[in-house]
Design a protein around this ligand. Structure first.
Ligand SMILES: [Zn+2]
Ligand SMILES: [Zn+2]
Ligand SMILES: [Zn+2]
Ligand SMILES: [Zn+2]
Length: 327
């Protein structure tokens, strides 16, 4: 694997996740012509660097399914379930104060008396009638204010909200230190400003070169690939999922929705020493996050022994090809 002929500071050391590394140096300049870039790893430990890492809130999407339609149910009915403290809905199990006021279970745990009448909240008095009504009512999705028009049975609400397209996007960088959230449109500018070190390569066929793959501990290597008018995030993560067994996980995410991601396919290929290891799949949306994919091994997975078969001087080059697939 050739080193990039980039002008800026080159080959950076990945930083380990466990002990907070002193300082991280990241390549500033996107590498150029030769379609290979040296990628610095970013770990959440690197507090000194805004570029370092991010939170993945990937609840991993679930079934989803049972979303209801926009209902004509009067707003007054659902408003009866509004918690006077947080304005979220009071959902079963519904508990009331001695005087009959409702407060949601989350707020209730933090309160010593009823926020409406200051009366005692204990002993708990359950309101079965309101619970029955709640079961007959369709509640708006939590993200109604950002555009979701679904109303759902309260038992289906949490599951839908986890995968709701209107749920704010979290920073897609692997790790856990960046708490940024925002709209899909704002993700790229967040990455450009807060994670300046991430290198971007243009083209559908590039080489993702991860340096120093032998570094101990959990490490992430991240870079961006730009093609077909979209941005893709390439992630290589080294993790110890099972005690004493380190593995590498490589995946491509689309900075886009799940639906948009279905229009693409990606191929990761390790090549060298008369061996080849290939993985092809649909990119994940950053809305789902990288954590869920890794947890399910829904990505290119290989162990350190295999990594060594393909590595050159501790550097591992992964050929990444992105293509469009017409349905
Ligand atoms: Zn509340
Ligand atoms: Zn009360
Ligand atoms: Zn929704
Ligand atoms: Zn971020």
């Amino acid at each position: 694997m050739s080193r990039p002929s980039s002008t800026g500071p080159s080959a950076n050391k990945p930083c380990s996740k466990q002990p907070p590394p002193p300082q991280t140096q990241h390549a500033q300049s996107p590498a150029v012509p030769p379609a290979a870039a040296t990628i610095s790893a970013s770990g959440p430990g690197s507090s000194a660097v805004p570029a370092a890492a991010a939170v993945i809130s990937g609840p991993g999407g679930g079934g989803g399914g049972g979303a209801g339609n926009v209902s004509r149910q009067p707003h007054e009915l659902t408003s009866l379930f509004e918690c006077p403290v947080c304005f979220d809905y009071v959902l079963p199990p519904i508990l009331q104060c001695q005087a009959g006021h409702l407060v949601c279970n989350q707020c209730r745990q933090k309160l010593s008396c009823c926020p409406t009448c200051r009366g005692a909240l204990t002993p708990s008095i359950r309101n079965l009638a309101m619970e029955k009504v709640a079961s007959a009512v369709l509640f708006p999705c939590k993200y109604a204010t950002t555009g979701c028009s679904l109303t759902l049975h309260h038992t289906e609400k949490p599951e839908h909200e986890d995968i709701c397209e209107y749920r704010p996007y979290s920073c897609p960088c692997p790790g856990a230190s960046c708490k940024w959230q925002g709209s899909l449109e704002a993700v790229m500018s967040h990455l450009m400003h807060a994670h300046k070190s991430i290198t971007t390569l243009q083209g559908e066929d590039i080489v993702f070169l991860a340096t120093d793959i032998n570094l101990p501990g959990a490490v992430d290597w991240v870079m961006m690939q730009s093609c077909f008018g979209h941005h893709f995030m390439l992630v290589l993560e080294k993790q110890e999922k099972y005690e004493g067994h380190q593995q590498f996980f490589a995946i491509v995410l689309l900075i886009g929705t799940r639906k948009q991601a279905e229009n693409f396919a990606y191929r990761l290929e390790l090549n060298g020493n008369r061996r080849r290891l290939t993985w092809e799949a649909t990119p994940r949306s950053i809305h789902d996050g990288v954590a869920a994919a890794i947890m399910n091994s829904d990505c290119l997975v290989f162990d350190t022994a295999i990594a060594h078969l393909f590595a050159d001087n501790g550097n591992l080059g992964i050929n990444v090809t992105i293509s469009t697939c017409c349905p």
